[in-house]
Unconditional design. Structure first.
Length: 190
């Protein structure tokens, strides 16, 4: 573990389940009122957009990449390595916070760890990740588009684009069609 410094570092804060947004909002809103802007620089709640189909309707929702955690870029230590009391208790006593990872001696994240977290956020931004995954050879029923209600077999899966290549029997011939994940469901679910 590296020695604490007086510079800003990233810390992981453990929260109650489902309280991550509340904690982030509270810290961002009240850091100015509590005159802690010089100590708390950024509050990060990594999320991704997930799409799923229920009852033939496509829905999207935001899913947390690290449920139960919020990441804070803050100055928490004096030059001598002592914890700065005011920002420590402001974060620790916020509603929904269980405590810092590391307890009363918070351990800052390594730069590689925060870089990995930010890379996951960047990779997830602007993309919808399908909740359901499909496999080559699987039988599916088409639930949307011109091939509605036809069954087919998956020939190719492209998770990056959320697309499937499916062989559909039309007039006795197998024809390849490209569809999005949400346009099909497993044949066993129909």
């Amino acid at each position: 573990m590296s020695a604490p410094t007086s510079t800003s570092q990233w810390f992981a804060v453990h929260t109650l389940s489902g309280q991550e947004n509340k904690v982030k909002t509270y810290l961002e809103k009240f850091r100015k009122a509590e005159e802690l802007e010089d100590f708390i620089h950024e509050v990060l709640l990594p999320t991704e957009t997930v799409s799923e189909v229920k009852g033939g309707k496509k829905s999207t929702k935001v899913r947390k990449l690290y449920p139960g955690y919020v990441f804070i870029n803050m100055r928490l230590f004096e030059e001598e390595g002592q914890v700065i009391i005011k920002p420590f208790y402001f974060v620790k006593d916020a509603g929904g916070v269980i405590g810092f990872v590391g307890g009363d001696h918070p351990a800052p994240l390594r730069q590689t760890e925060i870089d990995e977290i930010k890379a996951r956020i960047e990779a997830a931004s602007g993309k919808e990740v399908p909740k359901v995954t499909f496999e080559v050879g699987e039988e599916v029923k088409i639930t949307d588009g011109p091939f509605l209600n036809l069954n087919g077999r998956i020939d190719e899966v492209d998770p990056a684009r959320g697309k499937l290549k499916i062989s559909v029997s039309i007039f006795g011939r197998f024809t390849p069609v490209e569809l999005e994940y949400w346009q099909v469901q497993r044949a066993s679910e129909s």
